[in-house]
Structures are given as structure tokens and as C-alpha cells.
Design a binder for this molecule. Structure first.
Ligand code: 5GP
Length: 235
């Protein structure tokens, strides 16, 4: 038997598809930067029809495209998901994601809730959906106002949308409350480690894997009670 005919003892691991979702202004971007720092993870760059904000670079923060170019790609089934959000369209190009997953690289998407639901419907269990919850809607308003890039009218629209999205949190696998950045980042790392461990037989788990599994279990969305939800929405 030549080397090339020798079966590999372990099949190549497929990357994890981690989908981070939640209201606009909840801090997904900051969390993601801290979470992924130093990791070889593929972060998907979305397409959008919205105007670039000052400091945003084409091809880095988003691929900024015309409504026609967006529609053309949508028609050609070039997106894993796409959604309209407060007057603009946003979409996740599918090809680079499949390539990364196949070569064993973890992939992270940072998208709004409707798109995350589409990923869930299309990909099923393989998608690890993480809902980032604001400490409260009052705090979310403060953060959106602090951004100073949005008009008061658009802030109201984003808040109204956030209220709807928060009610859908139970649709996702995990809920991470972004009230303390360090803790929220640790929780995201625990979820990622726990989900990786799930791909291995239990005897291969390390002590750290076991701890991550316990921690991740406490973040499952069904443990987030209606009472806690009411605290967030102020209802
Ligand atoms: P922003 O205009 O503030 O950059 O983004 C608005 C919302 O769209 C955010 O919640 C952001 O996470 C989400 N978003 C960014 N890219 C995508 C995408 O490719 N698909 C979907 N569905 N939402 C996205």
C-alpha cells in the first residue's frame, strides 16, 4: 500500500458554522473582534446596499454594492441568506463559506435575526445560532444614540425591530447577554469549544472541554426564562 492509499486515521474535521445574531447596536461587532482575536476563523464579509459610513472600507467591513448588483447575486442563488434591514439589503455570499467549512476552518457570520432564521431553515443543526441579548432596551437605545451615525427616526426603527427580535431569542441555540464584555467573550469561547467537543467521541474530551460543555449548557436558549426576557424589554 502506498502512502496515498493509506486511509487517514481520523477524517478531516469540518469547520463549525457559528452564527452570531441580535439587535443592531447590541455590540456584536466588538464582541466578535474580541472573541476571534488570535483565532484562525473565517469571518464572512457581507454584501450590502447601504452607504458606507465614514471609515468603512469596501471589501473589508462590507462589499458595498448597488441594489441591481445585489438583486443579480440573489437571483443567481449567490447568498446563503439575505434580508432587508431598515431600508437596505444585506447578504452572506455562500461560496467562501462552503470552502472554509470544507477545509476545516470555523466560520463566523454576524447577521440580523431574519437572516439567521433563514440559515437555520436552510442548514439545520449544523448552524450554531447564538443570540446576543442587550442588558435592556433602555441600554440599547443609549448605545444607538451614542453611535451618532443614525438619525433619530432610524434609531426608533432599529429599536422597534430590536423589540421584535428579542422575542424570537428562543429560536436560537444559545443566548449570551452582553452586559459585561469579558464575560460575554468567555461565553462565546465556551460555546465554540463545547461545539467542537461535540464532534469528538466523549473519551477524547479534555477537562477544559467538559467545563465548556457545562458552561454552554447554561447558555442554551431554553434556560432564558420569560421573566428574564421581561427584564430586558421592560414589560
Ligand atoms: P449595519 O447597517 O449597522 O452595519 O447592520 C445592520 C444589521 O445588519 C446588523 O444587525 C448586522 O449584523 C446585519 N447584517 C450585516 N451583514 C448581514 C448579512 O449578510 N445578512 C444579514 N441578514 N444581516 C446582516
Amino acid at each position: 500500500m502506498t502512502v496515498s492509499e493509506t486511509p487517514l486515521s481520523t477524517p478531516a474535521r469540518r469547520g463549525l458554522l457559528l452564527v452570531m445574531t441580535g439587535a443592531s447596536g447590541v455590540g456584536k461587532g466588538t464582541l466578535r473582534e474580541r472573541w476571534l482575536a488570535g483565532q484562525d476563523v473565517f469571518f464572512s464579509t457581507s454584501w450590502t446596499t447601504r452607504e458606507a459610513r465614514p471609515g468603512e472600507q469596501d471589501g473589508v467591513h462590507y462589499v458595498f454594492v448597488s441594489p441591481d448588483a445585489f438583486e443579480e447575486k440573489a437571483q443567481a442563488n449567490g447568498f446563503l441568506e439575505h434580508a432587508a434591514f431598515v431600508g437596505n439589503r444585506y447578504g452572506t455570499p455562500i461560496e467562501p463559506i462552503e470552502a472554509a467549512l470544507s477545509r476545516g476552518q470555523d466560520v463566523v457570520l454576524e447577521i440580523e435575526v431574519e437572516g439567521a432564521m433563514q440559515v437555520k431553515a436552510r442548514v439545520g443543526e449544523e448552524a450554531i445560532l447564538i443570540f446576543i441579548m442587550p442588558p435592556s432596551l433602555t441600554e440599547l437605545r443609549r448605545r444607538l444614540e451614542g453611535r451618532a451615525t443614525e438619525t433619530p427616526e432610524r434609531i426608533e426603527k432599529r429599536l422597534a425591530r430590536a423589540r421584535e427580535e428579542i422575542r424570537e431569542a428562543h429560536e436560537f441555540r444559545y443566548v449570551v447577554v452582553n452586559d459585561d464584555l469579558d464575560r460575554a467573550v468567555e461565553e462565546l469561547l465556551a460555546i465554540q469549544r463545547a461545539e467542537r467537543a461535540r464532534q469528538l467521541p466523549e473519551p477524547e474530551w479534555t477537562e477544559a472541554d467538559r467545563e465548556a460543555r457545562v458552561r454552554a449548557d447554561h447558555l442554551r436558549s431554553y434556560t432564558f426564562t420569560d421573566a428574564r426576557l421581561a427584564q430586558v424589554t421592560g414589560e
